[in-house]
Design a protein around this ligand. Structure first.
Ligand code: ATP
Ligand code: MG
Length: 220
């Protein structure tokens, strides 16, 4: 908690299908099970996370609020007065709602598929974050960001290559990666995340490492 206020983490990329919603649900599940009071704002018109929650029988006990409007920033701020972690999932393209969400973010997580083709989209997203941080409102309190490699093929050198290229260019990455695992799809159709199915699984360990680094990036 920062001055009695919770943290706001925004999932942002300028590319669809990079793994934002999966990373958002994964982070929410791990942090909630880890004892943090957590809520999610689904700011994507596709409403992927609301849909994911609706598939659960019973639906997972996690507050997920749909808000694709420009009021997402004030809603997130209000929520952060009551709870410890607010996670905002955004659409995979630049729109006003995403900029508003970033304007109140403490940390932006940029999921990037471990493919060289995704590098330019990630770099563009970092530039957008730098633009937000350069505004008068944020200059004295810039948000941090981290790139998160997702859908990584275990045992392939591609992720290492992408990681090295980005790190050498000075971009900040999480050490944690979300490997490409079929259990995400299996868990999703049950409105769950891998940790709910098997807390000792490899996917759950990935999620735990990711959540731990998010907490560290927030100074917790
Ligand atoms: N680590 C992973 N392993 C396997 N499949 C994954 C993983 N992460 C995401 N996926 C799958 O990839 C697809 C896209 O993921 P997701 O919906 O999280 O991306 P997104 O960035 O939110 O997409 P959009 O831009 O459409 O909102 C989904 O079918 C999801 O189940
Ligand atoms: Mg999504």
């Amino acid at each position: 908690m920062r001055n009695g206020t919770g943290a706001i983490v925004v999932m942002a990329t300028l590319k669809g299908g990079s793994g934002k919603s999966t990373a958002a649900a994964c982070l929410a599940a791990h942090c909630q099970l880890g004892g943090l009071r957590t809520a999610v704002i689904d700011a994507d018109p596709q409403a992927s996370l609301l849909h994911w929650q609706s598939l659960g029988e019973p639906p997972i006990d996690l507050p997920i609020i749909g808000d694709t409007s420009e009021a997402v920033a004030s809603r997130a701020r209000a929520l952060a007065h009551e709870i410890e972690l607010v996670i905002i999932d955004t659409a995979g393209f630049r729109n006003r709602t995403m900029i508003e969400a970033l304007s109140v973010a403490d940390l932006a997580v940029i999921p990037i598929k471990a493919s060289p083709l995704d590098i330019s989209a990630a770099i563009e997203t970092v530039r957008l974050i730098e633009e937000v941080n350069a505004t008068e409102e944020r200059r004295s309190r810039p948000m941090a960001y981290r790139l998160l490699l997702t859908q990584v093929t275990v045992g392939s050198a591609v992720a290492r290559h992408v990681r090295n290229e980005l790190a050498q260019s000075g971009y900040a990455l999480f050490d944690a990666e979300l490997a490409n695992r079929v259990v995400y799809a299996e868990a999703s159709i049950a409105g769950r995340m891998p940790i709910h199915l098997d807390a000792g699984s490899a996917a759950a360990r990935d999620g735990e490492a990711f959540a731990r680094e998010v907490r560290r990036a927030l100074g917790w």
